[in-house]
Design a protein around this ligand. Structure first.
Ligand code: ZN
Length: 323
C-alpha cells in the first residue's frame, strides 16, 4: 500500500462572526444555505480539526491518519513530523477581524497544551474598494506606546494600514501584529497552529452578545516591536517564466503559477498543496479524473510524483510546499 495519488479533502467551515457568503458564491464551496461562513479549512491536521479524504482508496481517512500511516509517501525526503505542518484555508472577511498576534514556535511550545507557532501568508483573491489590511506597527511604536494605546482605545492609530489589491500577497511572520479588514477574500497558508492572542476587537460583541475574550498582556508580550510596517511581497522570478515565488521562509514556500496549456506540478521529494484561483485545470490521474475550477484544493503527496495538469482556461494557481 502506498499513498501515491492526488488527494482532495472535504472542506470544513467556520461560522465566525466576521464571515459572509462568498466562500459559496465566489469559490463554489458547499456552505449550508443559511448563515454566514468565515473560513473554509481545506487542508488541516490539528487536533480535532481534520481534513477527511474525499477520493480514491484512502477516502474517509483523516489527514492525521495519513501522516501516521504513510509518512514517507507523504513527506518524501523531508523529515516527517508528528502532524501535518501546514494548514491551508480560504477566508471571507465581511467584517474586520480582531487585531491579533500569534506566537512563534518557541513561545507556542510553552503553552498548555503546546501548539506550533504561526507564521502565515495571505493571497488576496478579491478586495472590495477601500478594503484594508492592518499589518505590523507603524515605525517606532514601542511596547509602552501600544500599552498606552490599549488604555486610550487608540490601537488602530498605532497600526500600519494598507489597501491591498487582488493578487497582492502579504507575509505575516509569527509575532507580527495584524488583522484582515472587511471586504477581503483571501487564501491563507500558515503553520498548522490555532493560537491567536487578540489585542483589540473593535469594541464589538460575539454571537452570545458578550465581548470576545482579549489577551492583552499575552499580545503585548508576543509582539515583535522591531518588525515595523509590512509591505506587500514583491514576486520573484523563477527559472520557469510561468512561475513566480511570492514567499519563501523556513516554514513554507508559496509560488503562483499562471499558464494556459499543459504543466506538471509536484515532485517526488515533498508534498505540494495546490489551490486553483482562476480558470480550470483537468487532471487525468485515475483517482482525480475531473475538472478543477476556482476554489479547488488538492494535495500531491511525494509518492505521487509530478501530476500532469491541462489548463481548460487560462489558469492561476498557488503551489505551497516545505522549503
Ligand atoms: Zn492571523
Amino acid at each position: 500500500m502506498s499513498l501515491n495519488y492526488p488527494l482532495i479533502f472535504k472542506p470544513t467551515f467556520r461560522d465566525y462572526i466576521w464571515g459572509g457568503r462568498r466562500l459559496g458564491t465566489v469559490l463554489g464551496k458547499p456552505i449550508p444555505e443559511d448563515g454566514i461562513f468565515a473560513e473554509s479549512w481545506e487542508v488541516v491536521d490539528h487536533g480535532e480539526d481534520q481534513s477527511v479524504v474525499a477520493n480514491g482508496p484512502e477516502a474517509g481517512k483523516t489527514l492525521g491518519e495519513l501522516v501516521q500511516q504513510f509518512p514517507q509517501d507523504l513527506f518524501g525526503v523531508k523529515a516527517p513530523t508528528e502532524t501535518f505542518p501546514l494548514l491551508f484555508k480560504f477566508l471571507d472577511a465581511n467584517r474586520d477581524l480582531s487585531i491579533q498576534v500569534h506566537p512563534n514556535d518557541a513561545q507556542g511550545a510553552q503553552l498548555d497544551p503546546p501548539d506550533l507557532g504561526k507564521t502565515e501568508a495571505w493571497y488576496i483573491l478579491d478586495a472590495q474598494p477601500g478594503a484594508k489590511v492592518y499589518v505590523g506597527l507603524k515605525e517606532g511604536v514601542t511596547r509602552e506606546d501600544l500599552a498606552q494605546a490599549v488604555e486610550q482605545d487608540t490601537v488602530i492609530e498605532t497600526m500600519h494600514v494598507l489597501q491591498p489589491q487582488a493578487g497582492d500577497c502579504l507575509f505575516i511572520p509569527a509575532n507580527t501584529v495584524h488583522a484582515l479588514g472587511k471586504g477581503l477574500l483571501v487564501a491563507e497558508i500558515q503553520q498548522a497552529s490555532n493560537t491567536t492572542f487578540r489585542l483589540y476587537d473593535w469594541g464589538r460583541v460575539g454571537a452570545d452578545g458578550k465581548p470576545r475574550a482579549l489577551h492583552i498582556e499575552q499580545s503585548l508580550d508576543t509582539i515583535d516591536y522591531d518588525k515595523g510596517p509590512v509591505q506587500p511581497q514583491t514576486p520573484q522570478a523563477t527559472s520557469d517564466p510561468e512561475i513566480e515565488r511570492l514567499v519563501t521562509c523556513d516554514k513554507f514556500v508559496l509560488d503562483r503559477w499562471e499558464f494556459d496549456d499543459r504543466k506538471s506540478i509536484g515532485d517526488e521529494k515533498r508534498f505540494h498543496i495546490v489551490a486553483v484561483l482562476e480558470g480550470k485545470v483537468r487532471s487525468s490521474h485515475a483517482h482525480l479524473d475531473q475538472a478543477l475550477g476556482k476554489g479547488s484544493t488538492f494535495l500531491v503527496p511525494a509518492a505521487c510524483g509530478p501530476l500532469s495538469l491541462r489548463a481548460l482556461e487560462p489558469t492561476v494557481l498557488l503551489d505551497m510546499y516545505l522549503p
